[in-house]
Structure formats: structure tokens, C-alpha cells
Design a protein around this ligand. Sequence first.
Ligand SMILES: Nc1nc2c(ncn2[C@@H]2O[C@H](COP(=O)(O)OP(=O)(O)OP(=O)(O)O)[C@@H](O)[C@H]2O)c(=O)[nH]1
Ligand SMILES: [Mg+2]
Length: 358
Amino acid sequence: MKIRKFEADTLREAMEQARRELGDNAVILNTREVRPLPGARTGGRPRVELVAAVDTGPAVLTSPEPPAPREAETGRDQEASPALAAEVAALREALVSLVGEGVLVAHTKAAPGPERRMRDVGVDAALAGQIARSLQECSSPEEAAAQWECLFSCAAPSLPESGPAVWALVGPTGAGKTSCAARLAAAYRFREKRSVALISCDGVRIGAPEQLQRIASTMGTPFELCLDASSLSEALDRCSSHDIVLVDTPGGPPRDDGFLKGLRSLLRDGRISAHLVLPANISREARRIAVEAFSALDPQRVILTKLDEAGSSIPLLAISQEIPAAVSFVSEGQELAGGLMPADARSLALRVMEELMG
Ligand SMILES: Nc1nc2c(ncn2[C@@H]2O[C@H](COP(=O)(O)OP(=O)(O)OP(=O)(O)O)[C@@H](O)[C@H]2O)c(=O)[nH]1
Ligand SMILES: [Mg+2]
């Protein structure tokens, strides 16, 4: 293969030069506008640079050693023949010398394929392979979502046959527990017309109880502050006529055994069910630690928050496989009203498939 760079006043002239030198079979690899430096002789007019190539049979470039496959690459990546890899490496080197690394990166560093993207965020390799293969047969993200919604387990929180549903929101620091308590209270109070009470057990975060108390008073719902298990049980007795009692708990480091022990002890009243609030934007490792630690509280449901800050929806696939219970709600944004929605398997799958197929 012969590769040449041409420069002219217009694209047409540059193409003409390429055709003259390389013949009618020349293929244009890249074009760009070259702006002259201040004071250049060209009178300040931009010129056009064109890189073209023509196949001349065996490669005319010297081939370096084939590059060793990168460790993380397996499967099909490694099956490419060494001769082909060498030729690609030589072509790459020639192109870099002609057009520069930046242009080459912009043109050739395509996003990794769906399988790699899934594996990179922690999706089980076998599952990632299966999904990636199925995507090749799907004509739309909707079709793929219909096929893979089964991976997402979503369910509304259960309401007890008698007495109030008492949901304690637990999770890592800053996950969105207090926001969820307020949003759930607003949603059940105003949309579902249920009677709701709010309890804060957060004696840690400065201003947290006051914040919830203000929201409760705006909504006209009772509010209690309970800093230990016995005062919480007494408050629950007083809230027995309500439909739903939302208990906000303090955040803490999931690795801290003392914190978890304290939380378990605080929530020991049998009427309380834990709901794990998990932000979708935390790192894989932080998520693994949080899921493992808070699973000790046997959460009845998981609320996924901060979907809007997650950057990518693909990790939702991994999250769905890791969490210990069905997802009840998902949240986005910081508004009190509207940001919390019932979780729906099809729409979670669609978010992921749109990104993988986009
Ligand atoms: N973008 C975005 N921000 C959120 C979401 N949910 C909560 N937040 C914000 O995240 C921050 C922390 O939310 P909180 O509700 O105070 O979190 P927390 O889990 O109660 O925090 P601690 O009590 O300190 O552990 C606040 O600024 C919220 O407005 C969400 O879904 N999306
Ligand atoms: Mg809080």
C-alpha cells in the first residue's frame, strides 16, 4: 500500500493531485483544513490537506514485530493472525507519521464493542458475551430490551396486611437516603393519598433531622426524632395508625463493623424493613463493599439513586446481578417532586440497550 499526503488550495485540487499520482483507485484516508500561521506567505488563506492511499499489492512498509496482545484482551482479539497484526501496526505507524496521532485517534479509536464495555463495568463475562451476540440479531434497542428485561428484578415494596409499612432507608453516606425519605413521603402522601409519618434517626449529619422536619411540616405529616432503638419502637407505637412510616437512618462507612452493628441494633424492631439506597454512580468496588455490608440488614428492596449522575447506564446490568433484592424505585435529580419513579425492568433494560447499540 502506498500512502501520500497532498496539500492544495481546494479539496478538488488536492483530489486531482492524488488521482494523478496514485491513480483512479486511490482511497482518501483523511482530509483536514490547514490554517496558515500568522505571517505565512500563503496570504492567510486556509489550505486543504488530503491523505490518500492506493493498494499496490504486498505492503511497501517495513513491518515491525507483531505487537503482543494486551493482557485484558481475550477471545477473538487474540485470534488475529500475527501477519495481519504486523501489517496493521505498520500501516498505523505510517499513518501517524503522515496525519499525526491525534487525527488517527479521532478516526480509529472507535468505542470498544458492547461485550468489552459490559465486562469493563463488571458484567459477568459469559452474560456479556451472550448479550453482545444477541444484539447483533436485534434491530432496535426496544427489541433488545424486551429480550433482556428479565435481568432486572423490579417490584413495589410490600405493604403488610395490618399496621403501617415501616421502611428504614439504609445505605452508604450521601446515597440519597434522606432525599428518598422525603420523596417517598411526598409521593405516597400526595399521589397515593396515604397517611405518612417521618422519623429521623440521624444524629450524625448536621442539620439532617431539621431538614426532614421542615419537609414533614410543609407536607403536614408527623415527624419524630429517635436516636436509639427503644425510642424508635415507642415512636412506631405512636405511628400505628399511619399507612407508611419512613425512617431515615444515618450514613456511615460500610466497612465499619461498629456502624453496621449500631444500625442493626437501632432497626431491631420486627416491624421495620430495611430498604437499601444505592447510588448508581459509585465505583464498582464501593458498590461491592456497600452491597455486601448492607445485605446483613436483609433489605426488602433496593432503591437506585443518582441515575442521572452515573455517566453510563451499562453498570445497571452489573448492579442488577449484584444486589440482594428487587429494585423498588429509581431516582434522578434533586427535585423533591418527580425525581423518584417506580422501577420498571423494561425501561432499565432500554436505557442499557440504547447505550450499547447507540
Ligand atoms: N443528582 C442527584 N442527586 C441526588 C439524588 N438523590 C439525592 N441526591 C443528592 O445527593 C445529596 C445527598 O443526598 P442525601 O439525601 O442527603 O443523602 P443521604 O444518604 O441522606 O446522606 P447522609 O445522610 O449524609 O448519609 C443531596 O445533595 C441530594 O440532593 C439523585 O437521584 N440524583
Ligand atoms: Mg441523610
